[in-house]
Structures are given as C-alpha cells and as structure tokens.
Ligand binder design. Structure first.
Ligand code: ATP
Ligand code: MG
Length: 584
C-alpha cells in the first residue's frame, strides 16, 4: 500500500474524551473515528487488524469443530420473553429495542442465546445430530451505561459468539474444554499476555464460567491470583480464607452507646477501642425486581467488605445500587452511618455474609443518629439472617483453594468469556431432541464469547509506549513501513520503490511512505501507527544498506538493500504466529 493513497489521517492531538492509551492512540493513529457515543468507524487499517483477529478466531473455532453461521442482528422480543430474560435486559437499560410499523417489539442483539436456541430446536431433532458447536462473528449492540475507552466498551462492537449443544453434562464438559483450549490458542496467536480466571456468570447465567483477561494496569476488572496453586478469579466471584475473627465471649446485655458523629468502622475502632472484627457493618442497597424496588440490608463483619455482584446473585434481583440517602433515612430513621439490623424497617430484606456467623456481643448501628448498639446477639436481640457468601476477597488474603499462599491482585481486560449454560435456555424455550431411547430431552448448552474489537484495543493497551502503538505482528495492520528519507533524491526513491515491490513479492505486508514531505513527520507517524518494522532508505544507501528497526525494542540493523526483503520476510514470519511478546 502506498501511504499517499491510504485512507487514513493521523492526528496531532489526543481526542478530548480519551481516558485510556488504546483510545488515545487508536484515535490519533487514524484507526478509529468516533461517530457517536460508543459508536466508531473503523479505518481501512483498523479493519485490517480486526479482520486478522477475526481470522485467527475463525481458524481456531473451525479447528475445534465449530461451524460458522450468521444469525440476525435484529431479534423479536418474543424470544426474550420465552427465555425469561426480557425484563432483566429491559430494566437494566442495556438493550436497544424498537417497535416496527406493525407494532411488533424488536431488539438489536446484545447476545444470541435465544436466537440460536430457536434455530437449533427447529434444526436438530435427534441425538444423532449432536454434539454441535456453531459460531458467528458479528456486530453486537449494548446500550452501555458508560461507553468509554474507545473500542474497549462500545455500544456497537464486534463479537465472536459460539454456542454448543450436547446430549448431556458430560458432553458439555468436552465441548467446553475444546472451546477453552481454542481460546488459549487464539490469544496466544494474537501475541497477547493473558490469564484465565473463574468468573461470575452475570446476565447470561448458567453454572460455571471463566474469563480470559489480558493483563494491563488500566484493565477495568480486578483479579486475584494465587502463585502457589494457580487459582485465579475475578473479584466479583473470588473466594479467600476468612481471617480470624475476634471472640466476643458469652452474651451479655445489649446496650445503647452514644457515638456522636462517628459514622465509619475506622472511626468506631478508635472511639470504642474495639477491633473492627467485633463489629457488624450494615450496608444498605436498593434491589430492583420485576415487580418493583426493595430496600436490602447486607450484614458483614466490620473488617470485611461487601461484593455487590455476590449480593445481586444471592438476591436474584435484576439490578442493585447503593441505597440513596433518602432511602437510608426512611428505613433507619437516622442519618447515614447508623444503620443496623435491630429495629430496622420491616420492609427491609436482611441478609448476611458468612463472616458474621458465630459472632457474639457485637457492635452495630442503632438506627438512631449518633448511636450504636453494643453487645448485640443474634437470636436474642435480632433474628438470625440468612447467610450467603457476600464478601469481597482482597489481595493479601489467604488463598481458599490451597490454604497457604497469599492472593495477589492484578488488573485485566476481559477479552473472552466461556460459560456452561446447562439447560437454562433449552428448558425455558422447550428446545428438545429425541434421545437414544426415543424420549425427548432438553439440550445441554454452553456459550463462548470473544470481543473481537476489544481484543484489538486490549492489544494496544498492553503494547504501546510514549511514541505510539507497538502492534504484535500477528494483528498489525501492516507488518512494515518503508520510508524514503529524501523524496527529491532519485536513487533513494528508486531503492525504496524496488524494496516495496520486492517485499510484496515475498509476502510481507508493506506500506511505502511515498507522501511528499519531510522525513520527521513520517518517522513520527510510523511510530504512532506502530508498524512492527521500519525500513529507512537514506544515508546508508551510499554503502548499499538500508536501516531496519524493530518497533518493539528499538533494535536497528544495517542490511544490504538486495537482502532486505528476504531478511524481513524471515523475521516477520517468525513473529506471525504469536507467542513472541512485543514489549516486556
Ligand atoms: P463486561 O463485563 O466488560 O461488560 P460482559 O461480561 O457483559 O462484558 P459478555 O456478555 O461476556 O460481556 O460478552 C463476551 C465478550 O464481548 C466479552 O468478554 C468482551 O470481550 C466483549 N464485550 C462485551 N461488552 C463489550 C462492549 N461494550 N464493547 C466491546 N466489547 C465488549
Ligand atoms: Mg463476560
């Protein structure tokens, strides 16, 4: 490709709304152009990268036995009513939906479990046609609460979604493991560093799921991993060994303590000279259900924190937010900071984390401004609440699996998610097949997503420096750029042209920067755009050499012009299949 013909425009300034490196650099490099909030046009170079990611995904899906198909983006809401997900998606506001001219309710697919289940129930009738895994690579639509970070969290984005159908759970295990293994190959082939962690199943549902996380300090997800046993989990789901509590002793009489202006566990520890583990924190939320909003109180030991996703799952609610000050005042009759289980309004749903189990003589809010209750006991002063795992595991906690090492914290970008769905959709949508013994049974399903456009953004987030992008070779838009340093020097131009033709002949994807102008801006552009290799045709040509620089580590080498194409072809080929880290 000649740069003079390339439909691309680099920008000098960062876009005003860019909060992350990938957003900033993809916009400045001309790869993406914001058309609306969370909606982007992909430039020809961006599209090349996205097609490369898609192609890697496609090859590994096919190798794992997947069959590519294409489902409609526009979906009848009836299917979502059938699966029981319509209310949840509509109330969360994540769904783009519309009425057609006949007043039928439609949505733009945020995901395709319903559509594929409908397709399968009309296409597969017998166990003999199973197992089957089908996938597509397509735009998805989600009206994200906060679209941001460019391609990282778009409202229109490209996803590969695959669905497996098996006759039983053992079959699902096999299909799931095949997809999981394919995912590992895919992200390795893209040249990314990633971890696989246990995950919350969220609105998709099902029994078990794992996420593929590209590690980056700016990642939106917090993860915990154990270097000893390999346990890894998203904090939304992570478990850890609960630290020792503080014994409260034999129950004594409950009494009211005056605690003026003392509203947090830290302040109470000082004021009452009591360890946080002797207190119970009461965190108030508002939970949305299909039939309305209910106030919820979550009790947890004072030295622990509540994990809201775990609360959402325990309640089975559609949405959960921290209670407003107005709600706090109305259910406690007190200012914020004094909520407690004793005497809280009867309408409040009270649940507790396992950490409060066995606690005696604890301190908690009194539902009275400037007051706490001390020596409170369950079963006597207040009803014993139902217990769940609602605790947020923290870095530094002991690993619950091996029980020895400390969990370390790191951040990641979720690029893939694999789920064991089981029979959730097939039961709800009556999707059945005939078994070996002539009965009807529901499909056992799995689903598997990869954010193709997010992979590209994550690659930039993980591979960049202060000059620009450092594309891993397998997904770089072009593998190298040739820059003639003197446009008015015929011998330089001839050498550059010759090399350009030669590189194409040996199959290296090359851009010739033949734009009229000085070399400075071209050098800057090439660094911003992140070509893995840069060939400088300049002064060294007097000795018959070109200078070839590797973007990732800045190493430079003088190579005879006549050998340059072969030299590059060899280097590029070695990096094309992934596994080579571009930056450390
Ligand atoms: P997140 O937690 O980041 O909102 P999710 O868990 O809702 O994502 P899934 O339903 O698991 O997403 O979708 C499969 C994959 O699609 C994700 O692993 C991610 O890579 C990608 N993805 C999801 N939402 C977006 C988005 N708004 N923009 C770009 N990619 C996305
Ligand atoms: Mg997910």
């Amino acid at each position: 490709m000649r740069a003079s013909r390339l439909l691309n425009r680099t920008l000098f300034d960062d876009p005003a709304d860019a909060e992350s490196a990938s957003h900033r650099l993809l916009a400045r490099g001309g790869f993406i152009r914001r058309i609306g909030s969370g909606i982007y046009a992909y430039s020809p170079m961006m599209w090349r990268t996205l097609r490369k990611v898609s192609q890697i995904v496609r090859e590994e899906m096919d190798a794992a036995g997947g069959q590519e198909l294409m489902l409609p983006i526009i979906q009848p809401m009836e299917l979502w009513r059938e699966s029981g997900r319509a209310d949840g998606y509509l109330s969360a506001g994540i769904m783009f939906h519309l009425k057609d001219r006949k007043d039928a309710h439609l949505c733009l697919g945020p995901t395709h479990e319903e559509v594929i289940t409908d397709f399968l129930r009309h296409t597969v009738d017998s166990y003999k046609q199973l197992p089957v895994t089908a996938y597509q690579i397509q735009n998805k639509y989600r009206d994200e609460f906060r679209p941001r970070f460019g391609l990282m969290r778009g409202r229109e984005f490209i996803m590969k979604d695959a669905y497996s159908f098996d006759i039983d759970e053992a079959g699902l295990d096999v299909s799931y493991q095949a997809m999981r293994a394919a995912y590992i190959k895919i992200f390795e082939r893209c040249g990314l560093t990633f971890v696989v962690v246990e995950a919350d199943s969220g609105a998709i549902g099902g029994a078990a799921s794992e996420e593929f996380m590209v590690t980056a300090d700016t990642g939106e997800d917090a993860l915990l991993t154990c270097s000893n046993c390999g346990y890894g989990a998203n904090v939304e789901r992570a478990d850890s060994k609960l630290r020792e509590g503080a014994p409260g002793g034999e129950p004594v009489e409950m009494h009211l303590e005056s605690t003026p202006g003392i509203t947090s566990v830290e302040m109470l520890t000082d004021f009452c000279k009591l360890p946080a583990a002797r207190m119970i924190k009461t965190v108030l939320f508002e939970a949305t259900y299909a039939d309305g909003v209910k106030p919820v109180a979550v009790l947890i030991r004072g030295d622990q924190d509540v994990q809201p996703i775990k609360v959402t799952n325990a309640l089975g609610c559609l949405d959960l937010v921290v209670a407003s000050e107005q709600t706090v005042r109305s259910v406690t009759g007190a200012a914020p900071g004094y909520a407690g289980p004793v005497g809280i309004a009867a309408e409040v749903v009270v649940i507790a984390d396992h950490s409060v189990e066995g606690m005696t003589n604890f301190l908690c809010g009194a539902n009275q401004t400037d007051h706490h209750l001390l020596d409170v006991n369950f079963g006597r002063d207040v009803e014993r609440p139902p217990l769940h795992d609602l605790r947020a595991a923290q870095p530094g906690d002991t690993c619950a699996r091996c029980g020895t090492a400390e969990l370390g914290g790191l951040r990641g970008i979720e690029v893939g998610h694999v789920f064991k769905l089981g029979r959730k959709y097939s039961e709800a949508m009556d999707a059945t097949f005939t078994t070996k013994d002539g009965k009807r049974d529901t499909f056992v399903m799995g689903c598997y997503g990869i954010g193709v456009s997010r992979v590209a953004a994550a690659a930039v987030e993980q591979n960049h420096d202060d000059k620009g992008i450092v594309w891993p070779v397998p997904i770089a838009p072009y593998e190298c750029v040739v820059i003639p340093m003197k446009m008015n020097d015929e011998s330089v131009m001839q050498a550059a042209e010759k090399l350009y033709v030669e590189l194409q002949r040996v199959g290296v994807e090359v851009v010739l920067d033949d734009r009229w102008g000085r070399p400075g801006p071209k050098m800057k552009d090439s660094e911003l755009i992140g070509f893995p290799y840069r060939v400088i045709c300049g002064r060294s040509l007097t000795d018959g050499n070109v200078e070839i620089e590797r973007r990732a580590d800045g190493t430079k080498e003088l190579v005879p012009l006549a050998e340059a194409a072969g030299w590059l072809a060899e280097r590029v080929e070695a990096e094309r299949h992934g596994g080579v880290r571009t930056t450390s």
